[in-house]
Design a protein. Sequence first.
Length: 476
Amino acid sequence: MPLSDTVEMLQAILGAIDEGIHVVDAEGITIFYNHVAAKLDGLTSDEVLGKPLLEVFPSLDRESSTLLRVIDSGESIYNQTQVYKNWKGMRVETINTTLPVRVGKRLVGAVEVAKDIGKLKALSERLVDLQAKISKPKRTKRAVDEVTFHFEDILTSSEKMKHLKERARRAARTTSPVLLYGETGTGKELFVQSIHQASSRSTMPFIAQNCAALPASLLESLLFGTTKGSFTGADDRPGLFELADGGTLFLDELNSMPLDLQAKLLRVLQDGQIRRIGGGQSTRVDVRVIAAVNEAPQSLVQRGLMRADLYYRINVVSFELPPLRERREDIDLLVGHFLDKFNQQFGMNVQQVSTKVARLFAVYDWPGNVRELEHVVEAAMNMVEEQTIEMEHLPPHVLERNLSGIAGAEPMMDLAALLQAGDGRTLPDIMRELEERMIGDAMKTTDGNVLRAAKLLGIPRQTLQYKLSQRMIPPC
């Protein structure tokens, strides 16, 4: 395709995107500006293209402009709120993600994707309104209906997990803050809901909010509420702390909360009072705060992603949930539970997984933990036709990741042992043996399917067939 056609196609693609796209060169001159960006800024393309950024937006400078900051620093900026005026004096507020553009190692410009903060605020306010409407008339019923998990739902034969359940039951008796740490999919919200259900607050509201789901400015208004006139279009609205009064507020992915907002959360934990954005009066709230992070909290503090004072205040009661690979004794129990769940949901009668599948599940590292196991069982049940889940019914990524373990650390450990054995074998001899072992394992993993085994090994099917015929490797 000619270069001119490529450029024209890229411009058409960027122009069709339903978000503001603004591209400047290394000098801060606008070279692309789509119709959505023009609408957000209250300008036309002709008023912006080919002109210096600060000429079009005189209220900005090299510090406050996200585009110019990226050009100066060479580092990306994500979900940054920017408030400015165009040359006509119109006030604009957007949420921007801005990325450097490089050719090789040379920075040649920056591209910005802008979202209309007004739409996001409207959605946020609608969410708060809905929560308020639901919670006022039937507060007790709402709290009971929305919380679905109890301690009895935490299935385990692991002594470590049993100990955690017992500690969590004890923590349910008090109102102290709780901090949970666990990888994605380890069951943090299951523990949080169970603590709430076993507490004296079980008939009061339970509200969960993921701190990574919203930009900082919207998260603050969602948590603390707003007063009329605090910003353009703002109304009197309660925040989640007020809606959760008397109950429990679960803040997931707390480490995604900006540090200045963490400071405000700390004040709530210390004083038990909140102040709506733009408001002059404080309101006392009785809320138990439970927070969760998916990285070690001490590491988050050291890296400046969590305030140390907040950590010490919220870490009164703490739980570290183990990944599934550290509680493998629970896998069979969980598989049986998920089979029952999806049999009922799909109207099926799948009884078991095959011996090969059970062996694979036992050695697989489960990076997505219990949630991944649930999804793998669900995916397999969409493929199975009989009463037993076989290897062929599993999602490809499970087989591929399992084989990467075969082709990774264990063979290298075997190689070291073989080289130290001093039995006279040469390196080609050892490599041939390892290759045969990897091919044999791949064929077993895929139940003798040459095409799938070749794909897992990353070699052409013809190459694998040749190796199988030359070396008499058993098909499975």
